[in-house]
Design a protein around this ligand. Structure first.
Ligand SMILES: *Cc1c(COP(=O)(O)O)cnc(C)c1O
Length: 419
């Protein structure tokens, strides 16, 4: 029995998160043993250049020495206390002092939990029930967010999850991304009922889809006019597009921000933060309940804070990864030209991807026109030749600070031979 067969005996689908199963590309998953800098190694010892980077957290590359050593040291003091620590204050202070959109912040254990809690807070603060999200944006797997979500649901062709109560789904309105007209209409139709608008300010769970010029500004304006909170889900973009995430990058101040991925440096961490008067609605200060046995875990906080400090104190990292990303994606465009393939390449900062279609892509409907069968062949070729990218057309490629020009050049050769 191979490891995947055995995994299937004991774990549903053999995996603990669906996209890992490689189902959409018709393969069996690789099982990872270890990772270092830009490389990941499977249990057969095969080396891959890694462009998943644990779906974003490993912005410095895998197995960063400073983070590893800080974590090992922290472990010597015990793994969890379920009580207040100075570390939690340190990381909260660090984020609040360095991110304009965040006055106060609450730590949780995943991006899902961060979004779920931010939505509850928005409802508690505004006293309204309905929420607006956008088709193809992924916000984790809490019930009210599993309506036309991106990422694994898109990959598996599931518009909505089964098991979500109708009563819960009816308060979630999902609209096309990048379409202000439909948002204006929804605000008219549900006047006075919308608690919040939540979005990925750069959508990175339907492939990478950039906001149109002025889209985020218009969102901000419409939310203000309707006394509706604007939530930026920065689980991917936070501390990636810039230290202050997309809100700093685009100069838009949301009311609440959700974090995950980079904030934990590979440990299971999420967080939500924002304006003081809203955040003070959370228990024990206010009536919106939210709690967590392992929230603010000392090992996780150590990993996260160490990574954030490195990012803050070495500003050239953002320049490096963005330049490397630009170099890679511009060269991919050249490769496509040479091969007479008119596929669409979208990228911003250190995020990007190739859509296997000639459509210009600003939303979910357009993204879905991609040829997923061709993507599967490409994925298989890449994997065989030692490059690990997302086993789905509808995910991003992540560039880390460990992706040197030499590694990217090698990748470009493999891309040329895999397309
Ligand atoms: C990954 C992701 C989430 C969910 O985070 P988990 O830690 O997987 O629960 C939420 N929002 C966005 C934008 C994400 O990319």
């Amino acid at each position: 029995m191979n490891i995947f067969e055995k995994a299937n005996l004991y774990i549903p689908g053999g995996v603990n998160s669906p996209v890992r199963a490689f189902k959409s590309v018709g393969l069996e998953p690789i099982f990872i043993e270890k990772a270092d800098s830009a490389y990941i190694y499977d249990i057969n010892g095969k080396e891959y250049i890694d462009y998943i980077c644990s779906w974003g957290p490993m912005i410095l590359g895998h197995n960063n020495k400073s983070i590893r050593e800080a974590v090992i040291k922290a472990c010597e003091n015990g793994l969890s206390y379920g009580a207040a620590t100075k570390l939690e204050v340190d990381i909260a202070e660090f984020i609040c002092e360095n991110v304009e959109a965040v006055d106060k912040i609450r730590m949780v254990n995943s991006g899902t939990e961060a979004v779920m809690s931010a939505i509850r807070l928005a409802r508690g603060y505004t006293g309204k029930d309905k929420i607006i999200k956008f088709d193809g944006c992924y916000h984790g797997h809490s019930d009210s967010m599993l309506i036309k979500a991106g990422s694994g649901l898109m990959t598996d062709g599931m518009p909505d999850s089964s098991g979500v109560a109708k009563n819960c789904a009816k308060d979630t309105i999902s609209l096309p991304y990048n379409d202000i007209k439909s948002l204006e209409k929804a605000f008219d139709t549900y006047k006075g009922e919308i608690a919040c608008v939540i979005l990925e300010p750069v959508a990175a769970n339907m492939g990478v889809v950039l906001p149109k010029e002025d889209y985020l500004q218009s969102l901000r304006k419409l939310c203000d006019e309707n006394n509706t909170l604007l939530i930026f889900d920065e689980v991917i973009t936070g501390f990636r597009l810039s230290f202050g995430g997309a809100s700093e990058y685009f100069g838009i101040k949301p009311d609440l921000v959700t974090y995950g991925k980079i904030i934990g440096a590979g440990m299971p961490v999420g967080a939500y933060g924002g304006k003081k008067e809203i955040m003070d609605m959370i228990a024990p200060n206010g009536p919106v309940y939210q709690a967590g046995t392992l929230s603010g875990n000392p090992i996780a906080m150590t990993a996260g804070l160490t990574q954030l400090k490195i990012l803050k104190e070495n500003k050239e990292i953002y320049e490096n990864i963005n330049n490397m990303s630009k170099y890679m994606f511009e060269n991919i465009k050249e490769i496509l030209k040479r091969k007479n393939l008119d596929y669409t390449v979208n990228y911003i900062g250190s995020l990007g991807n190739i859509f296997f279609t000639n459509e210009t892509i600003y939303n979910y409907e357009q993204a879905k026109k991609s040829d997923v069968n061709k993507y599967s062949i490409y994925f298989k070729n890449m994997l065989e030749k030692g490059v690990y990218i997302a086993p789905s057309q509808f995910e991003a490629m992540f560039i880390s600070n460990a992706h040197s020009k030499e590694i990217v050049d090698k990748t470009l050769d493999i891309i040329e031979n895999s397309l």
